[in-house]
Ligand binder design. Structure first.
Ligand code: ATP
Length: 583
């Protein structure tokens, strides 16, 4: 196929904004093309060379392109720069530069689709020293043989600015129109949603029609488009919608990951199908060790954890790990993560997406041996509002955003790329922002781990309840300590050490070491939330929960001037919580 035939179609596509017309134009192109070319046409039309989750990306730097164009046309770089500033589109610049300055070429051969595709792929793949020259030469060679209008599209695709305005759905519709019937659209959509490769869907449709599509299953190495959830405001409505019973899971606030495991190779993909593998070698290693099978596709949420308090941290902490190329080892230490797996979409040769959730969950539990870093999402099958509310509070305490309710009925398949009521999210704001510091008293401590081995890793902090004259726990504090403070803590605290919990401390948590309430620290938290584990103002907001400070940080100030009874009172914290919630 000649590149000019494709370019003619691009021009036609650019001259219309009607989706139907675009579909017709593309369908005609697909129908008249050789099946062996369909994949390449699909990718190029979308301004790419491969599906999104592959590493090869186009996007030559503007400066480099400018030099290449000058090389290919003989026009001065300064002239091209001026034209570029005026036109703002490298495509038009190239076309104009060609028309006015074209060097006379004695030997030029017409561009074919394959040559353009192969050269662009080489450009995308070349890296390291000398790669700039390679890229320039490959592109200049093509430009040398291109007509002005071909030059326009070469420039756009090479610099990553194809933007024909053709949506993925339009390409899919035209493939169906070319090779199948309207009734086959759901099958084509499913094939795309499970493989995320429109080129592959096109090729299979062209070669084998609907039958081929139906044989297309999930592929290890091709991320599936994520199944998404609807939202409902109350457990009553959720249970009603689910038929009275559902599986409820903690809704973790992290990064969704899809793990593709093939022997000892593990790849991780984000919800947007980006390859995350490079940034998470620890997750790769942990999954490899936990997996007992040959190959699988698993889904879970990657959450940041404080290894000393065991608490989940804010989502931002995991986002530091994303897309990193350098300093990964340090990032792994600074922002440790854990994966909570919740689904199994493929296992040892079997596509599980059409099985109901309970079967997928069984497959998941069979193929994973849980460890410190790889766990399952906390899940319970529940059928009444009270239990759901209780589980919801538990989830909030654990640092989660709420619950995910999932259908466990016979039709609870994994619907890739779709948002529907098979999954319903239940989040409710039971948190209030903290804007002021509080003074809390140390009542216990936990032994440190990792870098904090041999020291205290976290302290159990309490407020003072002036009505009952007791100390009530409100958080585990592990952040904000510099190395020197951390090292000095045992000396400061150990003189108050007790063999068991102080009689006036109310705690539902078991500390490794107990102290007499004496040392007061200034603390700033991100927010206040409900917690069945902490005893501060227990039962005041909800019968089964107290208040907790989330993401607490030591400000560096020891309030040695304060008596333990002068610490922030439980009553004060309660009014802070209520005051902020009202706002
Ligand atoms: P959406 O994903 O619905 O478009 P969003 O990105 O804002 O919206 P949320 O609405 O907060 O995310 O919730 C959906 C996300 O919750 C999932 O994409 C997944 O990353 C995350 N999640 C956490 N825990 C679970 C779980 N147990 N099961 C499924 N998803 C979970």
């Amino acid at each position: 196929m000649l590149y000019k035939d494709l370019v003619r179609v691009y021009e036609a596509l650019e001259s219309t904004s009607s989706r139907l017309e675009m579909t017709d134009i593309l369908a005609e192109l697909f129908r008249s093309s050789d099946c062996a070319h369909i994949r390449r046409i699909v990718y190029l039309t979308q301004g790419a060379l491969v599906p999104d989750f592959y590493p090869e990306k186009l996007g030559l730097a503007d400066k480099l392109y400018l030099r290449t164009l000058s090389m290919a046309t003989g026009a001065k770089e300064s002239e091209i720069r001026q034209l570029w500033a005026h036109e703002g589109d490298p495509g038009i610049v190239t076309e104009k530069a060609f028309e006015s300055k074209r060097q006379t070429t004695l030997f030029s051969s017409p561009l074919t689709l394959d040559r353009v595709y192969d050269s662009l792929l080489k450009i995308a793949r070349s890296e390291g020293s000398g790669s700039q020259e390679v890229k320039m030469r490959l592109l200049a060679d093509m430009l040398h043989d291109a007509t002005p209008v071909e030059g326009r599209y070469l420039a756009r695709i090479a610099t990553g600015r194809m933007r024909l305005g053709v949506a993925t759905q339009t390409v899919l519709d035209s493939l169906v129109q070319a090779f199948a019937s309207k009734a086959d659209k759901p099958a084509a959509e499913r094939a795309f949603n499970v493989t995320s490769d429109l080129g592959l869907v096109g090729e299979v449709l062209c070669q084998e029609g609907l039958e081929g599509l139906e044989r297309l299953h999930v592929i290890v190495g091709n991320p599936l488009r994520a199944m998404l959830a609807e939202r409902l405001p109350s457990p009553e409505e959720i249970l009603e919608r689910m038929g009275g019973r559902a599986m409820f899971e903690y809704k973790y606030d992290g990064l969704r990951v899809q793990a593709h495991i093939d022997g000892d190779r593990v790849k991780l993909y984000s919800r947007r199908l980006e390859d995350l593998t490079g940034g998470f070698p620890d997750v790769v290693k942990a999954l490899s060790a936990a997996f007992r099978g040959k190959s699988a596709i698993l889904e879970g949420e990657c959450v940041p954890v404080d290894i000393n308090t065991g608490e989940l941290l804010p989502f931002q902490e995991v986002s530091h790990r994303r897309g990193r190329k350098h300093g990964i080892t340090t990032a792994m230490e600074d922002y440790p993560v854990r994966v909570h797996l919740f689904d199994c979409l493929y296992l040892d040769g079997e596509d599980l997406t059409c099985l109901p959730l309970p079967d997928r969950r069984t497959a998941l539990t069979r193929c994973i041996r849980v460890s410190e870093d790889v766990r399952f999402s906390e899940a319970k099958v529940l059928d009444n509002v009270h239990d759901v509310e209780e589980f919801f509070t538990e989830a909030l305490t654990a640092g989660c955003e709420g619950l995910m309710a999932k259908s466990i009925n016979g039709d609870s398949v994994y619907r890739a790329g779709a948002r529907g009521f098979l999954w319903i999210k239940y989040k409710r704001e039971y948190r209030s922002e903290m804007t002021d510091t509080v003074d809390l008293v140390v009542v216990g401590a936990f032994h440190g781990r990792g870098k904090r081995g041999g020291l205290y890793g976290a302290l159990l902090m309490a407020t003072y309840n002036s009505e009952t004259d007791r100390f009530e726990t409100v958080s585990k504090l592990g952040s904000g300590f510099d190395d020197a403070t951390l090292a000095a803590l045992p000396e400061k605290l150990d003189r108050y050490r007790l063999p068991q919990k102080h009689p006036r401390v109310d705690s539902r948590m078991n500390a490794d070491v107990w102290f007499e309430p004496a040392v007061v620290l200034e603390v700033l938290g991100a927010e206040l939330s409900l917690s069945p584990i902490h005893t501060c103002a227990f039962g005041k907001v909800r019968e089964d929960a107290g208040l907790a400070i989330r993401f607490p940080r030591f400000t560096g100030v020891f309030r040695d001037d304060k008596e333990p009874r002068d610490t922030t009172s439980s009553q004060e914290l309660l009014s802070m919580y209520e005051g902020q919630r009202k706002k």
